[in-house]
Design a protein. Structure first.
Length: 581
């Protein structure tokens, strides 16, 4: 009964209304059935009521069947929908399972990656390995060699046995974590930001040995005696330069030690073993001037630079002046890169030329140079200090002495001695300018200045042909300044400097055209401004064209060689007199 009622409830409202209508009509007929006395009418009404019962039952059955069918369809629909949802749910569960598995794998990989990063971070903290974006390379410092090695990232992985991609990623993450990824490279004793890799360091510099109370090997005295020509003030100056650089490496105003004279003074030995022992071989170098003509990258990151066999000419002196005593220098590397960098090197120059290592000015610019001339070599001082007699004894002693200089423990004792001796120094040592400096200034006297004075300041001067003046200048330099022949000025530069010299010296001299009486042609000459000179005899300039031993012009070379420049043979024939002492 309950099932039927439930199913009845499930039929549509329209069907329920129809059935309810028939029931109401049946009830109406039954209420009026007693009013019909005629059997025929009664039976007719009774049949109508019966028919209502039959119709109601059929309608209910149809409605219930229809409801059941609808319910069955709904069940099927729901089952289909449920199956689709189940499939979706299953798919979602599978996806969730995969995600979960991946998360688990990621967690495992993350733990593994974190572990690898930790391992490499610990390694990097104990080493000096850096990646630099500037050249996209790895830079590694080897303490045992006191030097840097540079290689590509790929080569570094191969060198380090790193192959798998996750391991490479972990390594690069460790570089970042440890701050070992840099933007660019520099060499400086000054503060640098964290992003810059400063490849210049003092950590491997030799520590002074103060235990000996000033006791050190006399081998160091032999070297300094040779460098200073046995003079205490110069030995003291060399010690001060080394000491000050050791204590104040950022001071770019330390004067250059310009040592010249005879060979065998021990300059290379002093630089390589004494300075190399103190500052490290990677921060000390010996170069030739040719190395500086186009490329200065060899001096980058150096504490001391020894410029051996320095050329004494104007260009070389100007180039060295650019590198000494300036806070910043231009670095040109052989790979074509250029940069401006801090000046880090103190300088030593050497040469055997009697003209010194470079040209002096006699002015404030010479504050950069300590001029030292020495004529007594290491062999001389080895014999004198050790009181040796034979050459074999001297040779054996020099070999033994070299081994002492190679021993950094012995170098540390000498370093301790000079650090203690000069500990009260308050400022940069001044350039050494004593007798050697004054003599070199005299030797390097400018040939052009000397020549101009010999011509235009001569009391007999009246006039001189311009071409004769130039030829006389070349002759003068060759005869009295043989060491400066390589600096001879060209014709154009010579005449430009003649006019400059006349102006600077306030000479009442000018260049004008005059006519030679013998040929009627005009020629350019130098003469006094107040001279009314228009025509002259060619031979009247006779006293201004050759020189005696005092540099005075005496004979007209053009008179004897009118068609040719004066060559060395004719020069010798005409100028047969002694040179100036």
């Amino acid at each position: 009964m309950e099932t039927k009622i439930k199913k009845y409830r499930d039929i549509s409202s329209r069907e329920r209304d129809d059935i309810e209508y028939m029931r109401n009509m049946k009830k109406l007929y039954m209420e009026n059935l007693a009013d019909y006395s005629d059997d025929a009418d009664y039976r007719k009404i009774d049949n109508i009521v019966f028919q209502f019962d039959s119709d109601i039952e059929k309608a209910e059955q149809v409605a219930i069947e229809k409801a059941e069918k609808a319910e069955l369809e709904e069940i099927k629909r729901l089952e289909l929908l449920d199956n689709d949802e189940k499939r979706k749910q299953k798919k979602a569960e599978n996806l969730q399972s995969k995600v979960t598995n991946k998360l688990i794998d990621a967690k495992i990989n993350e733990d593994k990656m974190e572990k690898l990063v930790g391992i490499y971070s610990a390694i990097l903290k104990e080493s000096e390995i850096y990646f630099v974006a500037e050249d996209n390379k790895i830079h590694e410092y080897y303490n045992d060699l006191n030097s840097w090695e540079t290689r590509s990232l790929c080569a570094h992985y191969t060198h380090s046995g790193i192959q798998d991609l996750p391991v490479k990623q972990a390594y690069e993450m460790a570089l970042v974590k440890c701050g070992h990824n840099k933007t660019n490279i520099t060499y400086s004793f000054n503060y640098q930001p964290e992003r810059v890799l400063n490849k210049l360091s003092k950590k491997h510099w030799l520590e002074p040995d103060y235990q000996g109370d000033g006791a050190y090997s006399n081998v160091f005295d032999i070297i300094l005696l040779a460098l200073s020509n046995g003079r205490d003030d110069i030995m003291n100056h060399i010690e001060q330069v080394v000491y000050w650089k050791y204590k104040h490496p950022d001071d770019y105003t330390i004067p250059c030690l310009s040592i010249y004279g005879d060979g065998g003074l021990g300059k290379n030995t002093f630089v390589q073993y004494v300075l190399g022992g103190i500052f490290g071989q990677d921060q000390v170098t010996t170069i030739g001037f040719d190395d500086l003509k186009d490329f200065s990258g060899l001096i980058q990151g150096k504490t001391f630079v020894f410029l051996d066999e320095m050329i004494t000419d104007d260009n070389a002196s100007k180039r060295l002046k650019q590198l000494c005593g300036n806070p910043r220098v231009a670095i040109n590397n052989k790979n074509g890169t250029q940069k401006i960098a801090d000046s880090t090197a103190a300088w030593i120059t050497g040469g055997n030329d009697k003209m010194g290592s470079f040209l002096l000015t006699g002015h404030d610019a010479d504050r950069r140079w300590s001029i030292i001339k020495s004529n007594k070599n290491v062999k001389y001082w080895t014999k004198a200090l050790l009181e040796l007699e034979t050459d074999d004894e001297i040779k054996d002693a020099m070999v033994a002495n070299l081994e002492v200089l190679k021993d950094v423990k012995e170098v540390a004792k000498w370093l301790g001695y000079i650090c203690n001796k000069h500990k009260n120094m308050k400022s940069t040592p001044d350039a050494y300018h004593n007798e050697d400096y004054n003599k070199l200034i005299s030797v390097q006297k400018n040939a052009f200045e000397d020549f101009m004075g010999s011509v235009f300041s001569d009391e007999s001067f009246t006039w001189i042909k311009t071409s004769t003046l130039f030829k006389s200048y070349k002759l003068f330099v060759g005869e009295f300044y043989e060491g400066q022949k390589r600096w001879l000025k060209g014709r154009t530069k010579f005449f430009a400097e003649v006019e400059e010299w006349i102006t600077d010296n306030e000479m009442s001299i000018e260049k004008r055209k005059i006519t030679y009486n013998n040929d009627g042609n005009e020629h350019r000459v130098w003469t006094f401004k107040n001279e009314c000179l228009t025509k002259v005899d060619q031979n009247t300039d006779v006293i201004y064209l050759t020189f005696d031993k005092f540099g005075n012009i005496k004979l007209n070379i053009e008179r004897f060689y009118p068609d040719n420049d004066v060559d060395s043979s004719s020069n010798k024939n005409v100028l047969d007199f002694p040179k100036n002492d």
